[in-house]
Design a protein. Structure first.
Length: 131
């Protein structure tokens, strides 16, 4: 198990090209967080609807995603029963991505990696709407 304090070391070693090569395809073609972060986290496919919605809201609020691109997905997710009352939603709104039993504060990430994770959360949210 990787502790959150170890993640910055892993992030420094991960390059966008290496992340793409190392990421195993997940359902819906979303890629895995494990590949993005040097094997440190499970697939984005383990992010629930509540957490995805919360993270999308956090990303919009902090200008990592645009309202024009993400607002519809956020609105549709938050309109679902129990999404906004889930613990994952509250964590996501505070900027914590939860994948399985592990958590990653987006504030600990820099630049393009944070934006990439926001985009992955948006794709995950959209894929959950397609079910």
């Amino acid at each position: 198990m990787i502790r959150l304090l170890q993640i910055p070391v892993l992030l420094a070693a991960a390059t966008p090209a290496a992340a793409q090569e190392a990421a195993p395809p997940a359902s819906g073609g979303l890629g895995g967080l494990g590949g993005l972060l040097g094997g440190g986290l499970p697939s984005i496919g383990k992010v629930g609807a509540g957490n995805a919605a919360g993270v999308i809201g956090y990303c919009i609020k902090n200008n990592y995603l645009s309202q024009a691109n993400a607002g519809s997905v956020l609105s549709r997710l938050t309109g679902r029963q129990a999404v906004t009352t889930s613990p994952g939603y509250a964590a996501g709104q505070s900027g914590v991505l939860q994948a399985g039993d592990q958590a990653l504060p987006l504030a600990d990430l820099k630049g393009q990696l944070r934006t990439k994770l926001c985009n992955l959360a948006l794709k995950r949210g959209a894929s959950l709407l397609g079910r």
